[in-house]
Design a protein around this ligand. Structure first.
Ligand SMILES: *[C@@H]1O[C@H](CO)[C@@H](O)[C@H](O)[C@H]1NC(C)=O
Ligand SMILES: *[C@@H]1O[C@H](CO)[C@@H](O)[C@H](O)[C@H]1NC(C)=O
Length: 332
């Protein structure tokens, strides 16, 4: 997701399918060169400070109902809208959906974008997700944005993001000036770009793409999802993805100890970026937009038929365009 406008991830779109691990050879070369910057386990003293789950989930979130800053063909609505797109099931599962009716508003379909009331300057963030939106025109994101600063100067952390029928999740940072992803950072995913510093005209950010096809979209949902856990600390930002059947027991027990989780899925050390200065108090966000700066721009490289606007008009594309969330927990 991008905090602001314009010609997004065209660098990726132009170089072909977002499925391609562009920098595999590049990563191997650096590993062989010997210098690797590895995740340094922190002392495990994380305590639960906030839990968003079950029937009270929405108490801690604000519904954004303004125009989509990324130019999607969506009309963001509140919880009380007739379309009933945000609710908690009887079993406690939180659902965020796209309208599946034929009622478009000026070619735009109703959808949801929610932001936590609280902001967090550091900590461990754990999102347990059963299924995520995907499909032609669909651009979902679970991300965070620095509160009270003009984009990108508060920093933006994109944990789950992708478009159309993408299979491999992309993890991206956007920041103000002087912030680079160290090319020697040791992580399980492929590096896409190293320049975290972003602006309206140049906003690809520094990013990783995961290697496995079950990290985004259909195959993620087929295994009942999993857990994305990330830490924001002055020494770096680290992200781990755990399949549903491989969630560490300490995480399940709410006594998380990242020092036992091994090499992160994505790792952004502070070696070439002052993480504490560039990533201010973050508010968590879930949204689903359609077309717009990324899904729209990349649509012609997807296997989806017609135009992106055609896909938005076809209600049957949105049966699976839903977030189903077990919980989001914050530890400090
Ligand atoms: C991931 O999906 C792509 C496209 O369907 C396929 O070519 C590739 O073999 C898959 N990779 C794995 C590891 O299954
Ligand atoms: C609408 O989308 C569905 C698949 O999501 C497709 O099977 C169908 O052909 C589409 N209808 C039109 C009119 O494009």
């Amino acid at each position: 997701m991008l905090g602001a406008l314009t010609t997004v991830v065209l660098a990726f779109a132009a170089s072909g399918s977002a499925l391609m691990p562009h920098h595999g050879a590049h990563t191997r070369r650096h590993n062989n060169a010997g210098r690797a910057v590895s995740y340094v386990p922190r002392s495990s003293s994380y305590k639960l400070v906030k839990e968003y789950a079950g029937q009270s989930f929405f108490d801690g979130w604000n519904f954004f109902t303004g125009a989509d800053p990324t130019n999607g063909l969506v009309k963001f609505v509140g919880k009380d809208d007739d379309a009933k797109l945000a609710y908690v099931q009887d079993d406690g599962t939180v659902v965020l959906a796209v309208d599946q009716s034929d009622n478009l508003v000026n070619g735009k379909r109703k959808s949801i974008r929610i932001t936590t009331d609280d902001s967090f300057d550091r900590g461990l963030f754990v999102a347990d997700i059963y299924s995520m939106p995907h499909g032609c025109s669909v651009w979902p994101a679970y991300w965070s944005l620095g509160a009270g600063a003009d984009w990108p100067n508060g920093g933006e952390i994109d944990i789950i993001e992708g478009v159309n029928e993408q299979l491999q999740n992309q993890i991206t940072l956007h920041s103000g000036a002087d912030c680079t992803l160290d090319k020697a950072a040791d992580a399980l995913s492929n590096k896409l770009g190293l320049t975290c510093t972003s602006s309206n005209g140049n906003n690809a950010g520094c990013a990783y793409q995961q290697k496995e096809n079950n990290t985004f979209g259909h195959l993620f949902n087929m295994q009942a999802g999993g857990v994305y856990a990330h830490t924001l600390e002055s020494d770096g930002i680290s992200v781990w993805f755990f399949d549903r059947d491989a969630i560490p027991s300490d995480l399940a027990a709410k006594t998380p100890d990242p020092s036992g989780w091994g090499t992160p899925t994505a790792y952004f050390p502070n070696t070439d970026c002052d993480i504490a200065a560039k990533f201010k108090k973050q508010q968590l966000i879930f949204d689903i937009t359609l077309c717009g700066d990324w899904a729209g721009a990349a649509y012609s490289q997807s296997s989806c038929p017609g135009t992106c606007a055609d896909a938005v008009a076809n209600a049957s594309n949105f049966d699976v365009a839903q977030w189903k969330i077990a919980s989001v927990r914050v530890y400090q």
